[in-house]
Design a protein around this ligand. Structure first.
Ligand code: FAD
Length: 529
């Protein structure tokens, strides 16, 4: 708990989020192999709960998804050898550190002292992620905290002049080394750009600065009955969410971040400012630049503002669970539910290990759960879908000292889901280490987490190979190596296999035309050479 608080505070420089154990109060019957029937009007029986219970029941899914990541914080020790030290392909064209610091001084002159930090701790939390298995040993030379699009533009002009890499930074919750700084450079922390610029209630959209946290936005506009339905880490900011094309438990009903972007204001590497579109909910005018910048992981420009669509908070929703004897049965049932057109708003899966973890921590809602593979599913009746997940942090208090968690995700076509989940679980299980799978199975997306000792090279190698086989398997099944976390540093090696040489070259050509000096978040997604 203390470790989490410390790390989390350090992560963002904000107060830690409430750190309470999750309480599950949904009234659910857990009978192995039995898919409980849904009824919003009869929600107190038969494994379903209505709206209040819903948010709690899905909360356990959210919280447990969260704990997959929390393991990193709770079990990772900074003093332990960093498990994966990934370096990007070397390049000699960037400014040396002395010149970078001259550029920082120029930025200081233009923006003022309070925008620039050279503090070592500050730099460390902006250059190293305990959430991520992929880090580099390099760090940015400074952290700059602009307050406006104009200030970001000034920073970009100076960085272009001095050839200094720029790494945009939101809440730092990404998990694939997305904001690490393999070529050093400066970190542009958008957290001070946290204003809701305009709220268009009638139009169901909102314009926000990049540093607005989605949970704060939803709290702020809750009384209007509207919300932004994406739910990545509760700490995440809109800029980072767009940059990673995030999603979460709500994706089955609401899609991913790309579906909620109306327009973006982006500062290009040379300091030019562009706006991708105007404000209607749809537009086919010109290239779809929203799609280009969404998921670009800070490699094409710095998003300073976003206009986002909003959804109506549902008034009636039912949620249920079903347990199954095996993972394969559960995931096969998930595929069938989808294929049969059952109107689900969310479909989440936890294996028996996740259920054990919940029970080990006192259960939830005063009850213990059947420790079997479990599906959580949510139906909407007269309304549109789920409420955004609450900011819940589950606490797992046990785990070997100094262990590291390797957490990763893939997504496959739904018909292959049962097969890949079973194979991956069997393989990670055979390592003889603590491992677990869970996922947003409604989208064919699942996560696998394995605990290992980073000081043991054999163990590390075994986990690495296991993860690698999972990636290749997903690709063989026409899937993707990243359902929702992006490529960052960690998955660069798989992108060519996933997309093919010509697609990769096209992406590089696009990047070069926007960023000829290759200074926007270099070393991420793909290398220049
Ligand atoms: C506990 C936990 C749970 C999570 N659950 C989910 C989940 O359910 N679904 C999911 O999709 N993800 C999940 N994530 C991953 C993470 O929350 C998302 O990737 C999130 O969108 C990152 O937002 P951020 O503000 O933290 O971005 P950061 O981590 O700060 O940055 C992410 C990337 O975006 C770039 N970037 C940041 N801001 C900007 C900007 N303004 N302009 C341009 N580029 C920018 C950075 O350079 C970096 O490449 C989870 C993470 C944690 C720790």
């Amino acid at each position: 708990m203390q470790a989490l608080r410390r790390s989390h505070t350090k992560l963002r420089g904000h107060d830690p989020l409430p750190c309470s154990a999750w309480i599950l109060a949904a009234r659910v019957q857990n009978r192995p192999g039995l898919l409980n029937r849904a009824s919003s009007s009869n929600s107190s029986q038969s494994g379903f709960s209505s709206n209040k219970g819903f948010s709690r029941t899905l909360g356990i899914v959210a919280a447990t998804m969260t704990l997959t990541f929390l393991g990193t914080k709770l079990w990772d020790s900074r003093s332990a050898a960093t498990p994966v030290q990934l370096e990007a392909a070397k390049s000699a064209k960037y400014a040396d550190k002395k010149t970078m610091l001259i550029a920082v001084d120029r930025i200081r002159q233009v923006l003022g002292d309070d925008r620039v930090s050279l503090d070592e701790d500050d730099i460390e939390v902006h250059g190293y992620s305990e959430w991520s298995t992929s880090n580099t040993s390099e760090r940015p030379v400074a952290v700059i905290t602009p307050r406006s699009t104009e200030e970001v533009s000034s920073i970009a002009k100076i960085c272009t002049e001095y050839r200094v890499p720029m790494i945009p930074f939101g809440a730092g919750s990404s998990v694939e080394g997305n904001f690490s700084a393999p070529f050093s450079g400066i970190c542009i922390d958008l957290s001070h750009m946290n204003k809701i610029v305009s709220f268009y209630e009638e139009d169901m959209n909102v314009t926000v600065q990049a540093g607005v946290r989605w949970t704060d936005l939803n709290e702020e506009i809750q009384s209007t009955g509207l919300f932004l339905p994406m739910d990545p880490s509760p700490t995440a900011y809109v800029g980072g969410m767009v940059a990673t094309n995030c999603s979460g438990t709500n994706a089955m009903r609401y899609g991913t971040m790309k579906d909620w972007v109306v327009n973006l204001t982006v500062v290009l590497p040379d300091g030019q400012v562009l706006k991708t579109k105007r404000r209607p909910r749809k537009s086919s005018a010109g290239y779809n630049l929203n799609a280009l910048f969404t998921g670009s992981e800070g490699t094409l420009g710095i998003i300073t503002e976003a206009t986002l669509k909003l959804a109506v908070i549902p008034t009636e929703t039912s949620v249920g669970t079903a347990t199954f004897p095996t993972v394969k049965d559960a995931t096969a049932a998930a595929s069938k539910l989808i294929r049969d057109g059952v109107p689900l708003a969310a479909l989440e899966f936890m294996d028996e290990v996740q259920m054990q973890i919940i029970n080990k921590n006192g259960g939830a809602g005063g009850r213990l759960w059947t420790e079997l593979p479990t599906l959580f599913f949510k139906l909407t009746v007269t309304t549109f879908g789920p409420q955004g997940k609450e900011a819940i942090w589950a606490i797992i208090a046990t785990g070997p000292e100094g262990s590291q968690i390797w957490s990763t995700d893939v997504a496959v076509p739904i018909s292959r889901l049962a097969e890949i989940v079973e194979l991956s679980k069997n393989e990670s299980g055979a390592l003889g280490l603590f491992s677990t799978v869970l996922g947003h199975v409604g989208d064919g997306n699942f996560h696998q987490a394995v605990m290992y000792d980073p000081k043991d090279p054999e163990q590390y190698q075994a986990v690495k190979s296991c993860v690698s086989r999972m990636m290749h398997r997903a690709l063989e099944m026409e899937g993707t190596v990243s359902g929702e976390h992006g490529i960052g540093l960690g998955k660069k090696g798989y992108l060519k296999e996933e997309l093919g040489e010509s697609t990769l070259q096209f992406m590089k050509a696009l990047k070069r035309s926007v960023d000829p000096h290759w200074i926007m978040n270099p070393g991420k997604v793909f290398d220049e050479l």
